[in-house]
Design a protein around this ligand. Sequence first.
Ligand code: ZN
Length: 60
Amino acid sequence: MHEHFFHCPHCFQEISMLLDPSVSRQEYIEDCEVCCNPIELSVEFEEGELVYFEANSIEQ
Ligand SMILES: [Zn+2]
């Protein structure tokens, strides 16, 4: 697994997510470990390297 650090779009704390490099393109929703708000993640891997990462807040 690939650990990626970024800032939560809701609470702006630095958090990390474990990403699966075996799937080249992923879009899913994960809750922030600090504020528990949902974050929409868009992730792209190329030959096991993270080439794209985006974290968007989801309005509730
Ligand atoms: Zn947060």
